[in-house]
Design a protein around this ligand. Structure first.
Ligand code: ADP
Length: 344
């Protein structure tokens, strides 16, 4: 699951999400796209399709197939007349339903076109879905830089690595002199790559053929696959595929531990996800305070812990363990081997 996010609307997030998804499909991956931009679900329009998806007997929707993509959007389910006065919890519920009640068919990639910004909705969405990576789309103005940093930080909090930043409408190529003109100045993308160490940062030009094709429901990589902008989208797609494979390869055999307030831990390994209570995890702490050095028996007593026992923070320690600082002041270190055992 790859989130495409932006600090604000109108920067070309949906355009990028669609063209990226289509470039992946052109590379023969099985690709879905979820239009989670619930306030402005414009993907049906951009993909030239406004028919309603079919509700199946198992109460799930079949995704709408467009240009080989499996697509789902709130735009399929509401009309122009439907009031979009959604409130936070309703929006999240609608998004979760779209995600989990769509009969996605054996996907390699699910591209999630996120709602813009770093407010409650994108935050809760990134919390409730196990995303593999995020891509941030921005424009070259200085102010956008701040939005990008906020976006990266939001995904960082969720432990979702931002694998690429795309500066859209970065420059303009003059039809007469063929020179690149950086209308808003140059350099913001370089500072971002320097600060955050991205390998995948792209500049996409402002191009007069993008908008009319988008409006006609034929995205540019379909309408003009050989154009220079389509080739840029393909290049960007290759870079993103590389970065995501790297994450998956690097994280292979590494357990991931998350804490969900009120629910407990979720321990994810390559075999799946298991739920673990804070008490149960603390019981496995093998530090000198918790374990009798001579007998190896645990000295830890569950009774001493209050019912709101929880971690204050969870950290990866080197390449071998996960450390937890608990809210009673205790610190535990869990080597990956211990976590694999706990995961069964
Ligand atoms: P967002 O999802 O961030 O709100 P959209 O993808 O809907 O933004 O794009 C906003 C408008 O900008 C659309 O009309 C789109 O066709 C146009 N657009 C996006 N990227 C480009 C580009 N590189 N060149 C020209 N027009 C673009």
């Amino acid at each position: 699951m790859v989130a495409i996010a932006s600090g604000k609307g109108g920067v070309g997030k949906s355009t990028t999400a669609i063209n990226l998804a289509l470039s992946l499909a052109q590379d023969h991956y099985r690709v879905g796209i979820l239009d989670a931009d619930i306030y402005g679900p414009n993907q049906p329009h951009m993909l030239g399709h406004i028919e309603k998806p079919v509700l199946r007997e198992d109460h799930r929707f079949d995704p709408v197939i467009r240009y080989g993509l499996q697509t789902m959007s709130m735009g399929y389910l509401v009309t122009d007349e439907t009031p979009m006065v959604w409130r936070g919890p309703m929006v999240i519920k609608a998004l979760q339903q779209m995600l989990y009640h769509t009969a996605w068919d054996n996907l390699d990639y699910l591209i999630i076109d996120m709602p813009p910004g770093t407010g409650d909705i994108p935050l809760t969405l990134s919390q409730s879905v196990a995303m593999t990576a995020a891509i941030i789309v921005t424009t070259p103005q200085k102010l956008s830089f701040v939005d990008v940093v906020k976006g990266i930080q939001m995904f960082d909090t969720m432990r979702v690595p931002t694998v690429a930043v795309i500066e859209n409408m970065s420059y303009f190529i003059c039809g007469h002199c063929q020179e690149k003109h950086y209308l808003y100045g140059k350099g913001a993308l370089q500072s971002l790559t320097g600060e955050f160490g991205f390998k995948t940062a792209y500049e996409i030009p402002i191009d007069q053929s993008v908008s009319p094709h988008g409006d006609a429901g034929i995205p540019i990589v379909i309408a003009e696959p050989e154009s220079s902008i389509s080739r840029l989208f393909q290049e960007l797609t290759d870079g993103i595929v590389r970065e995501i494979s790297r994450i998956q390869y690097d994280s292979q055999d590494k357990p991931v531990l998350r804490y969900i307030k009120g629910e407990g831990f979720r321990l994810k390994t390559s075999d799946g996800v298991v739920a673990i209570e804070p008490f149960a995890l603390r019981e496995h702490c093998r530090c000198a305070i918790c374990v009798d050095e001579w007998t190896g028996e645990t000295r830890f007593k569950k009774q001493i812990l209050s019912s709101d026992y929880a971690p204050l923070d969870i950290k990866t320690i080197g390449n071998y363990a996960i450390g937890i600082n608990w809210n009673d002041g205790h610190s535990s270190l869990y080597p990956y081997d211990t976590l694999f055992k706990l995961a069964g």
